[in-house]
Design a protein around this ligand. Structure first.
Ligand SMILES: *Cc1c(COP(=O)(O)O)cnc(C)c1O
Length: 466
């Protein structure tokens, strides 16, 4: 009895490539990638068939679907938009500040062609990329000069390296903080080539503690805004004013790492006061560093503002070249800063401020808008309700400040940890993943930061509840 060798039934690469079923795939992914993908697929199929002569051999149409699905999966980017409903407005893991529309347009314009990034159009000569934001930042902060690097960690690194390489930096023990896992002041100090001279006690530091450790090797006084934790009780720290006076007396520069670095008084929005860049400079601080994508609400960058002579030293440090920002960041930053010239409009035009300032009434009405879609989608699988909750600023700013908010609360009918985990994962697997937080055996979606209600409602309509 003769049986056809099943391997002979597998179509050839050429047959597949020339078939009508593959025309679209070749159109989208090209001949080279499609044929590579077919070759890999057929090699695997041959192995299966060799081991199991009964292994089914798919027809050309099925093979075409498999190949195009796999090419599509390989082509999709891992970086994608998500809806941040965690209740943390500036969520570092979710990319921090959302940029305003004007900044997005500027990014597109600058990235789609050439720009005068480092070209002085008036003089027809080489320019400095800081020129595009320096005047604006000086105007807004009161600084004499400004430069911008890749993030605030880079700003601290280059300042320490510029002002105190091979020398000592005086800093209070209460300010030797760790920010977001890998950024620890003592370690950054070491990598910058400086020696840390810690002083005072964790909870209390006095002006005389600084004066006592200053010696001929001291190059810099530093103060770090302990933005992500607060020491309460029997505490004492030395003010910016006092340190500025001491620094002047000893002829040393005084650097403040502000972290969040807001340009507006947050009390205007019902939040607690956070020292502004203007205030800290006015207190006599020589150089201030802060993030672009925290309370400022802009792109990731680190801003260094202060006395011209010191900023010039930073600009001339060879590290500046390694830490500089690109044209897209400059374009976005410049647009965000322009919004600060019209502070009353910030609450409307700058997403970070809009989200932080959102009042409970408005948040509740956003929750009410999306509630029916949640209820309909959940059916009898979960209880859905609106509950008061609290949001936080995030990225280390005002860690104890809880902002009154509202959340859509989802409690799966099957009360188990695994049901809750499964539900949380299903939301993360939506076309635009939705990220909430778990609290008290329920999944919470804090809608303070929700601007895309329609998108969420559309997704809920297509959602298959686990
Ligand atoms: C956030 C923060 C940093 C690091 O800033 P990035 O912009 O995240 O690099 C440094 N210092 C302080 C005090 C901070 O809060």
């Amino acid at each position: 009895m003769s049986q056809t060798n099943p391997l002979k039934l597998i179509p050839s690469v050429d047959k597949l490539l020339s078939s009508a079923e593959f025309r679209d795939t070749i159109g989208v992914y090209g001949h080279t990638r499609t044929s590579e993908s077919i070759r890999e697929y057929l090699a695997a199929l041959r192995v299966h068939v060799r081991h199991n002569h009964d292994h089914p051999i798919p027809n050309i149409a099925n093979i075409a679907v498999t190949i195009s699905t796999s090419l599509e999966a390989k082509n999709s980017s891992s970086l994608q938009p998500v809806l941040n409903l965690t209740g943390t407005v500036l969520h570092t893991n979710l990319g921090r500040a959302a940029l305003p529309a004007s900044a997005l347009e500027a990014v597109t314009r600058s990235a789609s062609g050439n720009t005068n990034l480092e070209f002085d159009l008036a003089k027809g000569k080489r320019g400095d990329r800081d020129d595009h934001i320096e005047n604006l930042l000086c105007e807004l902060t009161g600084a004499e000069a400004v430069t911008v690097v890749n993030n605030n960690a880079a700003a601290v690194l280059i300042c320490l390296n510029t002002f105190a390489f091979g020398k000592e930096v005086c800093i209070s023990r209460g300010e030797l903080v760790e920010i977001g896992g890998s950024f620890r002041i003592p370690e950054v100090m070491e990598k910058s080539g400086c020696t840390l001279r810690e002083l005072g006690a964790t909870n209390r530091t006095h002006l005389k503690d600084y004066a006592n450790v200053i010696n001929e090797n001291t190059a810099l006084l530093m103060k770090v805004h302990t933005s992500n934790y607060e020491i309460r009780g029997f505490t004492q720290e030395v003010s910016y004013e006092e340190l500025a006076v001491l620094a002047k007396e000893k002829d040393l520069p005084f650097l403040a790492d502000l972290g969040s670095g807001t340009l507006v008084n947050l009390e205007n929005y019902g939040l607690e006061h956070e020292p502004t860049v203007q205030e800290v400079l006015k207190a006599g601080t020589d150089v201030v560093t802060f993030s672009g994508d925290k309370l400022l609400g802009g792109p990731q960058c680190g801003i260094i503002a202060g006395r011209r002579e010191l900023i010039d030293q930073v600009k001339n440090n060879p590290l500046k070249r390694a830490l500089r920002v690109d044209k897209m960041t400059m374009a976005a930053l410049s647009e965000v800063l322009k919004l600060y010239r019209h502070p009353e409009a910030l609450i409307r035009d700058l997403p970070t401020i809009r989200h932080l300032a959102r009042q409970p009434d408005e948040i509740r009405s956003i929750a009410e808008k999306v509630l029916p879609a949640f209820i309909k989608s959940a059916g009898d699988k979960a209880k859905v309700s609106i509950i008061p909750s609290s949001s936080q600023i995030g990225s280390g700013a005002l860690p104890l400040d809880q902002l009154p908010s509202f959340s859509v609360q989802i409690q799966p009918i099957t009360e188990s940890d695994s049901a809750l985990q499964q539900l949380t994962r299903a939301f993360r697997e939506m076309p635009v993943p939705v990220v909430g937080r778990l609290h008290d055996g329920a999944l919470l979606f804090d809608v303070r930061t929700l601007d895309e209600c329609e998108l969420l409602i559309d997704q809920l309509e297509l959602f298959s509840w686990p």
